[in-house]
Write a protein that binds this ligand. Structure first.
Ligand code: ADP
Length: 491
C-alpha cells in the first residue's frame, strides 16, 4: 500500500548546483525539490567529479567492472527545498572513485563506457548499503541507461527489487552512449542481450537504447518532442524502438526553480525587478552594456545563452547574421562548444565593436545578467527537447525569438495582435529568412512601448514553475508502479 509519499531515487550524471553542463543539471537539481515539497522521500545520486567538494564519506563497497575490482566510495551532501510550508532536505549522494571521476571534465574521455558502467553498477548496492529501498528509481539520459535492466536482473532473485519501478527520462536523444560490444562484459551482461531487439545498436552497445527498452515507463521533456522522436527526422535511429514503446512514452515539460530564477531576488543581477517595476530591468540592460563594453543605447538588446553545438541552430543564425546586424539592435552571446562556432561569433564581435559582444566559456553570473538585461532571447534551435533558455528568458522578461520545435512549441506562443495574447515570436522552417522575419516582427512590436511592456508582463507572469510538472511526474511514477503490481490503476 502506498498511502504516504513515494520513496524516489533520482539518478543523473549532472545535478545543479554540484555539476552542470546543460539543462539536465537544472532538472535533476530542481525536480527533486519539487517532489520533496509535495511530500515524497526523494534522494539524488550523481558521480563525484573533481570540481565537486570533498563531502563526508558515508560508506564504501567493492564493484566489479568486468575483470576490474574497483571501490565505490559514497559521499553525502544535501539540497534544500524551500516552499511556503518551510524547508525540506533532499539528500544527495555522490558515487566516488578516484580512477574514474577525479577528472576535470564530466564526459568526453576514452573510457566513458567503463566510467558510466561503474556508475550504473554502483546504484543498486548503494541503495542496499544505505538501507534505502526506493519505490521508484528515476533514470536520466544515457549515463544511467543500464540501471532499469540491472534492476530487472536483480529482481529475478529479490522480491524487493522485483517490485521496484523504473522511469527513464530522455533529456536529449542525440547523446546515446554508444560504445563497442566489449562494454557488455564491463556491465557483467551476457551475449543474450546483444541482439537488434536488445541493446545492440548497429554493432555497438547503446546505453540509451537499454533505458528505452527496459524501464517500466519512459518519458521525455515535452509533449511535442515525445511525438517528434517517434519520427525518422528526430528519432536519431531509435524512432522504431520509441514507436514500439509509444504507449509507455509520456511528455512532461520541464519547469524551472522559481526560487533560483527569480528576478525580484536574484543576487546575480545588477538590480532586482518584477513585472510591475520594469524600469529596473532597463538598469540591468545599461549595466550589462557597460560591463560588456557595448555602446550605452536604448536599441533592443538581443541575447543568447547557449551551448554552441549544431542542435542550437547556429548555422542558420550565422547565415542570418549580416541581415540581423543591419537592424538597429545590439547582440550579446554567451556560449561554449564547437571551436568553429566560437571563432565565427568572436570574429563578428571584432568586426562590430560596441554592437556585438561575444563571451565564450561557462559563466552562471553573466548568463543571468543577459537574461535580465536583454529585451529578446534568440533560440533558433534545429531541435529542442524542452529548452530551459526560453523559460528563464520569459521569467526575466526577455521575449523569445525562437524556432517552433520540441519544448519551445509547448511553452512559447506567438504574439497575436488581434487578441493581445502571446509571449514570443516564432518561426517554423529552418531557414535564415524565417528567423529574420520573426525577429523583424519582434522589433516592430518593440517600437511601441506599451505593446512591448504588455508582452513582457505576459511572459513574466506565465507559470513555468515545477508545480504542475512535478505532479505529472508523480502520475508517471504511479503508472510505473502499476506495471510492478504495486498499485491498481483504472484501465
Ligand atoms: P541544453 O540542455 O541543450 O544545453 P537548455 O536550454 O535546456 O539547453 O539548458 C541550458 C541551460 O544551461 C540554461 O540554464 C542556460 O542558461 C545554461 N547555459 C548554457 N550555456 C551556458 C554558458 N555558457 N554559461 C552559463 N550558463 C549556460
Amino acid at each position: 500500500m502506498l498511502d504516504t509519499g513515494l520513496k524516489i531515487l533520482v539518478v543523473a550524471s549532472e545535478v545543479a548546483p554540484f555539476a552542470k553542463t546543460g539543462g539536465l543539471a537544472d532538472v535533476a537539481g530542481s525536480l527533486p525539490k519539487a517532489l520533496a515539497v509535495q511530500g515524497n522521500d526523494v534522494r539524488v545520486v550523481l558521480p563525484r567529479y573533481r570540481r565537486i567538494g570533498d563531502y563526508a564519506t558515508v560508506t564504501d563497497f567493492p564493484v566489479e567492472v568486468g575483470q576490474r575490482k574497483e571501490t565505490c566510495i559514497v559521499r553525502r551532501s544535501r539540497i534544500e527545498a524551500k516552499s511556503s510550508r518551510g524547508t525540506k532536505e533532499v539528500p544527495v549522494y555522490f558515487v566516488d572513485n578516484y580512477h574514474y571521476f577525479d577528472r576535470d571534465r564530466l564526459y568526453g574521455y576514452e573510457d566513458d563506457a567503463e566510467r558510466f558502467a561503474f556508475f550504473n553498477l554502483s546504484i543498486l548496492p548503494l541503495c542496499e548499503e544505505l538501507g534505502f529501498r526506493p519505490d521508484v528509481v528515476h533514470l536520466n539520459d544515457w549515463q544511467s541507461g543500464f540501471i532499469p535492466l540491472l534492476i530487472r536482473i536483480r529482481g529475478r532473485h529479490s522480491a524487493l527489487w522485483n517490485e521496484t519501478a523504473s522511469v527513464f527520462t530522455i533529456h536529449n536523444l542525440r547523446y546515446q552512449g554508444r560504445f563497442p560490444k566489449v562494454t557488455l562484459g564491463l556491465l557483467g551482461l551476457g551475449e543474450e542481450y546483444f541482439t537488434p531487439g536488445g541493446v545492440e545498436f548497429y554493432g555497438d552497445v547503446s546505453f540509451m537504447k537499454a533505458g528505452l527498452l527496459f524501464a517500466d515507463v519512459i518519458n521525455t521533456v515535452s509533449e511535442t518532442y515525445a511525438r517528434e522522436i517517434q519520427t525518422p527526422e528526430f528519432g536519431e535511429g531509435l524512432d522504431g524502438v520509441l514507436r514500439k514503446r509509444g504507449s509507455d512514452l509520456y511528455g512532461i515539460v520541464n519547469g524551472i526553480n522559481y526560487h533560483e530564477y527569480d528576478p525580484s531576488s536574484d543576487p546575480r543581477l545588477f538590480k532586482t525587478y518584477d513585472s510591475r517595476n520594469l524600469g529596473a530591468k532597463v538598469d540591468n540592460k545599461l549595466a550589462l552594456q557597460r560591463e560588456l563594453g557595448l555602446s550605452l543605447s536604448h536599441e533592443p538588446l538581443v541575447g543568447m545563452v547557449s551551448r554552441l553545438v549544431d542542435q542550437k541552430g547556429l548555422d542558420v543564425l550565422l547565415e542570418a547574421m549580416p541581415e540581423i546586424l543591419s537592424r538597429p539592435l545590439q547582440f550579446v552571446l554567451l556560449g561554449s562548444g564547437d571551436e568553429r562556432y566560437e571563432e565565427a561569433f568572436r570574429s563578428l564581435a571584432r568586426s562590430h565593436p560596441g554592437k556585438v559582444s561575444v563571451t565564450t566559456g561557462f559563466n552562471g553570473i553573466l548568463a543571468q545578467r543577459i537574461y535580465a538585461g536583454s529585451d529578446m532571447f534568440l533560440m533558433p534551435s534545429r531541435f529542442e527537447p524542452c529548452g530551459l533558455g526560453q523559460l528563464i528568458a520569459m521569467r526575466y522578461g526577455s521575449i523569445p525569438v525562437a524556432r517552433r520545435t520540441g519544448g519551445i512549441a509547448d511553452t512559447v506562443s506567438e504574439y497575436d495582435v488581434s487578441t493581445g495574447t502571446g509571449t514570443g515570436f516564432l518561426f517554423d522552417r529552418y531557414e535564415a529568412e524565417d528567423l529574420v522575419a520573426a525577429l523583424d516582427r519582434a522589433l516592430d512590436k518593440y517600437r511601441d512601448r506599451s505593446t512591448w511592456n504588455h508582452i513582457v508582463k505576459q511572459a513574466m507572469e506565465t507559470d513555468f514553475s515545477w508545480n504542475k510538472s512535478a505532479a505529472m511526474y508523480t502520475e508517471v511514477y504511479m503508472e510505473a508502479l502499476s506495471r510492478r503490481g504495486r498499485v491498481e490503476r483504472p484501465a
